[in-house]
Ligand binder design. Structure first.
Ligand SMILES: [Zn+2]
Ligand SMILES: [Zn+2]
Length: 367
């Protein structure tokens, strides 16, 4: 099949926040260990918008998307993990099992992820190589990914539901259970009620947190926040007293954990000041624009506070993706109510408009 690319339709990001173009592209045949996936569903994530607007580093033009599920359409040489026809989730994270981080068992990170941006893209558009956000590039009718990045799932779950697992759901689950390690009885603050924030809320509920405060400047988010486990809702733009004071009054104490699910330096700064100075942990879950600085008073760290960064909740796709699917099937995790809109690929720009308006939790492109 060398040189004989498959033709498929993809949404192409050009740069400078310009609308995506949906056009025919060429996808090369899968190489050794690689799989051609026919995409069935892809979520639209805020990080896609950040890439589109140049706030998250992706070399454009490129195929974005990093939250998808599909069917194995063809396998390259030596593929044994999946077979043609298998329903699969495309993971953003990797687990090679042999690199120092994988062998350390301290983390879900894998050294192969550092190579993601350097791997040659399998896409060609108008005769030129076309970039991609990462190996899980999902705004394309077909995509190429290494077999180690795939998790098989029961198609009864639905491709739209499965598509949200590798970013939004997994990030929230991991931030709470793997990064912060929230204990029963904890008091937590969750900033930003997008898909990630809602997933953090439900993970905190599962962890047994007793007070879960959701914060968002959009008052329309209160009902969905409560549906996902918030015990309190605060609109930081509307508190009668300074936010710090309002939260101290509400909790009667410091928070044990705080999660910034927006990715804003000012929120990181505010949130770290609200956690317990002796043991509080603030987790920076949202991705702040590249180049931004976070300035903090040195006294923030005079005692035992910490700030943790994370990517996809530190998750290991080999163990965590199946666990999340099990929890969904057992009714422990809600995914269905996260999907507020379904659109065809041709209407992808309307999906970004919905995201910017705050009307959508998750819009899913259905192929
Ligand atoms: Zn994402
Ligand atoms: Zn590894």
């Amino acid at each position: 099949m060398e040189g004989m690319g498959l033709r498929t339709r993809a949404a192409i990001a050009l740069g400078n926040g310009a609308p995506l173009i949906v056009d025919e592209i060429e996808v090369r045949a899968p190489g050794a260990g690689e799989v051609l996936v026919e995409m069935k569903a892809s979520g639209l994530c805020h990080t896609d918008l950040s890439a589109l607007e140049g706030k998250f580093p992706v070399k454009l033009p490129a195929v974005l998307g990093h939250e998808g599920a599909g069917i194995v359409a063809a396998c390259g040489e030596g593929v044994s993990a999946v077979a043609v026809g298998d329903p699969v989730i495309l993971n953003n994270t990797a687990h090679c099992g042999v690199c120092p981080p994988c062998l350390s068992q301290k983390t879900g990170y894998c050294d192969t992820m550092a190579m993601d941006a350097r791997l040659p893209s399998p896409f060609t558009w108008r005769g030129e190589s076309l970039g991609r956000m990462g190996p899980a590039a999902s705004f394309s009718g077909h995509t190429i990914i290494d077999q180690s990045r795939l998790t098989r799932f029961d198609a009864k779950i639905g491709y739209d539901i499965a598509s949200l697992v590798p970013c939004g759901v997994m990030t929230g689950y991991g931030a709470v259970h793997k990064v912060a390690k929230v204990e029963p009885g904890s008091k937590v603050l969750v900033f930003g009620m997008g898909s990630i924030g809602l997933n953090v809320l439900q993970a905190c509920t599962l962890a047994g947190a007793s007070v879960i405060v959701a914060l968002d400047t959009n008052p329309a988010k209160e009902s969905v926040a409560r549906e996902f486990g918030a015990t309190h809702f605060i609109n930081p733009a509307e508190t009668a007293e300074p936010l710090e004071k309002a939260i101290r009054t509400l909790l009667g104490a410091w928070a044990d954990y705080a999660f910034d699910c927006v990715g804003h330096p000012a929120i990181v700064k505010q949130a770290v000041g609200l956690v317990n100075p002796y043991w509080g942990t603030m987790v920076a879950v949202g991705i702040a624009p590249v180049g931004e600085q976070i300035n903090l008073p040195a006294s923030t760290f005079y005692f035992g506070r910490s700030i943790r960064g994370t990517f996809i909740g530190d998750c290991n796709p080999v163990t965590d993706t199946p666990k999340i699917l099990d929890w969904y099937s057992e009714g422990k995790l809600a995914i269905d109510p996260l999907i507020t809109h379904r659109i065809p690929l041709e209407e992808i720009n309307s999906g970004f408009d919905l995201m910017k308006s705050g009307k959508a939790i998750r819009t899913v492109v259905v192929f």
